[in-house]
Design a binder for this molecule. Structure first.
Ligand code: HEM
Ligand code: HEM
Length: 183
């Protein structure tokens, strides 16, 4: 049985659930984001508008889950990286993990700010509307789209490095790296 909490040697059930749920969600949001912007703007394209609305709600869900995850991470032991890693790889691995946390925060935030600048307030799952921190400004809206897009591309790059490293540890070094994150 996987323990609920982390131990020195492995991630616990809560951390594992949050890791895989958010991994699927984030990869899905990247695919959805890249696809939805290719749809034409002409006329009243309801498919594009519907997909953007889903993208916003799921993007906010990342922000909510991130708060839960950070709370859990700060109150749990952090499993050690596998032994015998050179120092630079330990630093690189932790750096990649911290980059993920930073990106999972700034991507939804730039999405939210972008919507404020566009003059389209973001609904919080239909319960209430989030406050607009920026006034309507079309120039700023275009700049924020660029920032959101480039942050997303950086995220794709970091995911490739992370997944590549995880698979290499599992299949080439045959160590416990991936098993620590599996039930
Ligand atoms: C982890 C969360 C998120 C990820 C990974 C993500 C990713 C992306 C990607 C890849 C695109 C396509 C960029 C392009 O090629 O132009 C995009 C577009 C967009 N995102 Fe997000 N996003 C996230 C969260 C959010 C949130 C929370 C909002 C708003 C509340 C949002 C609003 C938008 C909008 C409005 C667009 C379309 C921009 C346009 O009109 O070109 N995103 N997002
Ligand atoms: C889909 C393929 C993925 C695989 C196979 C994978 C695998 C792993 C493994 C094995 C670890 C534990 C590393 C260690 O402690 O030595 C880990 C940690 C982590 N992964 Fe992933 N991952 C994947 C996707 C993602 C994605 C898409 C994200 C970001 C959205 C992500 C974010 C993280 C974070 C933040 C940690 C560090 C957890 C902590 O210690 O706080 N992973 N991953």
């Amino acid at each position: 049985m996987t323990p609920i909490e982390n131990t020195e040697d492995r991630y616990g059930a809560v951390a594992i659930l949050l890791h895989w749920l958010m991994a699927f969600l984030v990869i899905g949001l990247l695919a959805l984001g890249i696809y939805m912007v290719t749809l034409p703007d002409v006329g009243f394209n309801t498919k594009k508008i519907t997909l953007i609305l889903y993208h916003k709600e799921l993007g906010l869900l990342v922000l909510v889950l991130l708060a839960v995850r950070l709370g859990w991470r700060l109150t749990n032991v952090l499993p050690q990286l596998v032994a015998h890693l050179p120092d630079w790889q330990k630093i690189a691995a932790r750096f990649v993990h911290l980059s993920f946390y930073a990106l999972m925060f700034v991507l939804p935030m730039t999405g939210w700010l972008m919507s404020s600048a566009a003059g389209i307030p973001v609904s919080f799952f239909g319960f209430f509307t989030l406050p607009d921190f920026l006034p309507r400004d079309d120039h700023l809206f275009q700049r924020l789209i660029d920032v959101h897009k480039w942050l997303a591309y950086v995220l794709v790059l970091v995911i490739f490095v992370h997944v590549g490293a995880a698979l290499r540890h599992h299949f080439v070094f045959k160590d416990d790296t991936l098993r620590k994150m599996l039930p």
